[in-house]
Design a protein around this ligand. Sequence first.
Ligand SMILES: Nc1ncnc2c1ncn2[C@@H]1O[C@H](COP(=O)(O)OP(=O)(O)OP(=O)(O)O)[C@@H](O)[C@H]1O
Ligand SMILES: [Mg+2]
Length: 282
Amino acid sequence: MMTAETKTTNEAHMDEDGGLTDDTVVSMNLPHLTFRTRNVEVFYGETQALFGIDLDIFRNQVTALIGPSGCGKSTYLRCLNRMNDTIDGCCVTGIIELDGDDVYDKALDPVHLRARVGMVFQKANPFPKSIYDNTAYGPRLHGLADSKADLDDVVEGSLTKAGLWDEVKDRLDAPGTGLSGGQQQRLCIARAIAVEPDVILMDEPCSALDPIATARIEELMDELRENYTIVIVTHSMQQAARVSQRTAFFHLGNLVESGDTEQIFTKPSDQRTQDYITGRFG
Ligand SMILES: Nc1ncnc2c1ncn2[C@@H]1O[C@H](COP(=O)(O)OP(=O)(O)OP(=O)(O)O)[C@@H](O)[C@H]1O
Ligand SMILES: [Mg+2]
């Protein structure tokens, strides 16, 4: 029997005529389709930044968005949790579905959506509050904990998952802004995780970090994908190759190609992808 869930998933493996593509045959364990985006276009006023983007994002995978500066990676990422809504004059068209729900449905509360689809930015941005209050912020806002003991558990669990608990457990009342850059970024990840999102969007989360802090976050991404779906924008080809299972290459507002990371990095089908990953432009 075909449930709604398997149907949506399988559609991703059909070609234009609804026929099954090669990988359908081998993928009895089809990954679950988390985001389905079709013909996504974004305009900033008169200027078009994204052109007809068709991309699928699968659960429990890390999807890397790569491409030269200005190609639209951040713009695409922000479509997924409606962060573009906050930009004056920005208009998004096309289909963006999260688990089959229309993300742009007027009835959908963007605050709720952003709890399901959390975001971590390039520059760590802890609130000017304690480590505890930073982590407890979302659960308090959404009323996710019934008691102080419950909230303590959520805070400890989130900091543990973000790989920060051991480093901060004795100073939960200290300001979040007093942590090192790498710790602040993990605090922001803990804050995102604390509301139990389905998806974590990360826009160049390591670009301000040293190699050791970067390695720590990369390791964390691999642990987190067991429970979450991750979409990461990165300028580092090595990072994309290390952390992601799927890669999407953007160029001048177009999605040039997307697929298994290994295939994109070893046998890209488009010359522009080849040129970018070999450092010929960008
Ligand atoms: N708030 C905005 N207002 C107007 N134009 C914008 C805005 N944000 C982005 N753009 C434009 O949209 C295009 C895509 O920008 P975007 O920030 O998505 O690129 P990017 O791939 O994330 O680049 P980078 O790697 O430099 O972060 C660019 O031409 C940019 O100038
Ligand atoms: Mg960007």
